[in-house]
Each structure stands twice: as structure tokens, then as C-alpha cells.
Design a protein around this ligand. Structure first.
Ligand code: FES
Length: 178
């Protein structure tokens, strides 16, 4: 009868099984790594993804309905906002260096200022309460939807949350480091 406490001998079959499993794992990891890096690339050296703090003059809960306030990404350090969604010339992950904080029907949204047609910077039309593009005449409603083409897609949202005070906004962005 075999001694239960005696160490088990590794047979050639067991060893080959481990060896094959290790080889298979290494092959899968080596094959998947470039795909994962392509899908979720790390920011270039010196760049850091994270919330960008924006200070407002009006507390968030006192922003008047129907208004739009333009903000620019900070330049010290050089930063950019990152689009949460897209359409047309814009795509999720694209950078925006300006945005509009909008209150429409009681809801606050932040839109990248890039026109979805070909990327020109839109402006706010205070009289009509629309966003108008100076390049080819596209117009957008306060909620970012298209009012007039040639743009066929709405404005891109930016992901935001209130910061540590009612006048601080934290917007998803990236510190560019140059
Ligand atoms: S880029 Fe705005 S309408 Fe063409």
C-alpha cells in the first residue's frame, strides 16, 4: 500500500500537460495583448486621463433655464475634454478644447463645441437660443439635436459631475502635458 504522505511523482504525462497548458496560455496572452492595446490604448507618456476641474461664476443649481455658458479647457497644464459620444465628424474619445454648459428644461448637459458636420466651433445664438455653426450653416437646438443641416448628427456630450462645491464642475478629460 502506498504511503499517503509521500510526495507524488510527476509523470512524464503530467509534465507534458503542464508544459502544453503553459505554452497555450503564453500564446493566447501574446495574441491578445496587441488587440487589447489597440482597443484601449494607454495615453502617450506624460499624458493623463482624468477629470478636469472647471470653476463657474454661477452655482450649478442657479444656472438659468435656456442658457448656455461657454467654457474652455485649461491651458496650464494644457488639457482637453474628451467626448463621451459622437456622430458625423465627432466620435467618443475625440478631444474638444471648448464646450457649452447648457440648461434646458431643467436639465444640465455639457456639449463639445465641435460641430458634428466637419468640426468647426459652434457659437451660441442668444436670440434664437440655438448653437450655430459659422462654416456651413448647421444649427443645433439647446439639447444638442440638429435643427438645420448639413450636419446630420447631434452635438457630442461630455461626461461631467459636480465637484467639491456648487461652482465646480469636473469634466472627463485628459492632461496633454505639452
Ligand atoms: S462644420 Fe459646421 S456646418 Fe459644416
Amino acid at each position: 500500500m502506498a504511503d499517503a504522505a509521500a510526495p507524488k511523482l510527476v509523470t512524464r504525462r503530467t509534465f507534458l500537460g503542464w508544459w502544453m497548458a503553459s505554452l497555450l496560455t503564453a500564446t493566447v496572452v501574446a495574441g491578445l495583448a496587441p488587440i487589447l492595446v489597440y482597443l484601449w490604448p494607454a495615453p502617450p507618456k506624460g499624458q493623463k486621463r482624468g477629470p478636469i476641474k472647471i470653476s463657474l461664476t454661477t452655482p450649478l443649481d442657479q444656472i438659468p433655464d435656456g442658457s448656455a455658458t461657454q467654457i474652455l479647457s485649461p491651458t496650464s497644464p494644457n488639457s482637453a475634454f474628451v467626448m463621451a459620444d459622437g456622430g458625423g465628424d465627432n466620435a467618443a474619445g475625440d478631444l474638444a478644447f471648448g464646450a457649452f454648459i447648457v440648461k434646458s428644461q431643467g436639465k444640465i448637459a455639457v456639449f463639445a463645441q465641435n460641430c458634428s458636420h466637419l468640426g468647426c466651433s459652434i457659437g451660441f445664438n442668444r436670440d434664437a437660443r440655438t448653437f450655430d455653426c459659422p462654416c456651413h450653416g448647421s444649427r443645433f437646438n439647446l439639447d444638442g439635436t440638429v435643427l438645420h443641416g448639413p450636419a446630420a448628427n447631434p452635438l457630442s456630450h461630455l461626461t461631467w459631475q459636480q465637484g467639491s462645491s456648487p461652482t465646480e464642475l469636473q469634466i472627463d478629460g485628459i492632461i496633454l502635458g505639452f
